[in-house]
Design a protein around this ligand. Structure first.
Ligand code: ASP
Length: 328
């Protein structure tokens, strides 16, 4: 490394971007998380003044993401962000849960440097893999002056962690930030911003430190979706486990509501009973765009602007903070 260049550290966690298939060129039915991140970056160079440094943190299909992997990834992000010569990070990740990992990191990391997550919808062994261009775009974003926060770069779009969701199972531009729209676009290696980098109340720079327990001690929080014919028996079972002091009883339940926070009456009744039994209950809409407009007659606490999966992470972190067990 030259004396004055700054490092961009690429952390590999697996996903389709690192996927391969035994059937030549196949775009479905491949195995995610098989190609080492060093191989994905073979032949890549950083812009003048920057150098790439590559590290494998995990090698998994992100549908199987777990607290232990989040913990390891968080520790490596913290370590590298603290190094003075590191300008930013890139994290390669599967598309299935990238929005959850990015929201988690965005909620707990403390830095002004960018953490750019990227992914792919076609495996590395495809005849037309999209991973290489996504990686080039991620490098462009990570080396852009002023970039900050944990962001997702895919198919030329730059998304913020709070608003982004995977909305398509197959097409290359599989992500949407709903009504908010992307933060910007990457065009020929240049970032064109349409919103500010720091467009969130989630305080990436101002996050406070709190202890993080061992991964097997994180609170259990279940998501239950409201739908036609919904029944309350699952909630009854969770309440019973809580009342019997089951070692793995839930600490919280996120109810995935229809529309503007409405719940099937069986789930609303179950949610109120769960709350009375000491379980933390949060209602979030399953609509993929917009947010819940609260009314005066809410019977359960709302997460107005997070998806059920992100509301679950917010509740998880809130419970850890309340237990004073989150120090990162
Ligand atoms: N199942 C894969 C994963 O999330 C899908 C992908 O990366 O596109 O790891």
């Amino acid at each position: 490394m030259s004396d004055h260049s700054r490092r961009i550290v690429v952390l590999g966690t697996g996903g389709t971007i690192a996927g391969s298939s035994s059937e030549a060129g196949a775009n479905v039915g491949y195995t995610a998380g098989t190609v080492p991140v060093t191989a994905l970056l073979d032949g890549f160079s950083a812009p003048a003044g920057f150098e790439l440094h590559v590290e494998q943190v995990a090698q998994i299909d992100s549908k199987d993401m777990d607290f232990a992997t989040w913990h390891s990834l968080l520790l490596r992000c913290q370590y590298w962000l603290r190094q003075d010569d590191v300008a930013g990070l890139i994290v390669t990740h599967g598309t299935d849960t990238i929005e959850e990992t990015s929201f988690f990191l965005h909620s707990v990391l403390q830095s002004s440097k960018p953490v750019v997550m990227t992914c792919a919808m076609r495996p590395a062994s495809s005849n037309n893999p999209d991973g290489p261009q996504n990686l080039r775009d991620a490098i462009s974003v990570a080396t852009t002056q002023g970039a900050t926060g944990v962001i997702i770069v895919c198919a030329g779009e730059v998304h913020g962690s709070k608003d982004v969701s995977k909305v398509h199972p197959y097409r290359l531009n599989a992500f949407s930030s709903g009504d908010a729209g992307p933060i910007g676009y990457v065009e020929e290696g240049k970032v064109r911003l349409v919103r500010n980098w720091s467009c969130y109340d989630a305080p990436f720079v101002g996050n406070t430190a709190f202890p993080l327990p061992a991964a097997n001690e994180w609170p259990r929080i279940e998501i239950i979706l409201s739908h036609a014919g919904a029944r309350g028996e699952i909630i009854d079972t969770l309440i019973r486990e809580k009342q019997e002091n089951h070692p793995d009883a839930v600490a919280g339940i996120v109810l995935g509501a229809t529309g503007n926070g409405s719940l099937h009456q069986a789930l609303e009744k179950g949610g109120i009973a769960a709350q009375d039994a000491g379980i933390h209950v949060l209602v979030a809409t399953r609509c993929i765009a917009g947010h819940i407009i609260p009314s005066l007659i809410e019977k359960l606490p709302l997460s107005t602007d997070l998806s059920p999966t992100k509301a679950r992470i917010a509740l998880l972190l809130q419970l850890l903070k309340d237990r004073k067990e989150l120090v990162v």
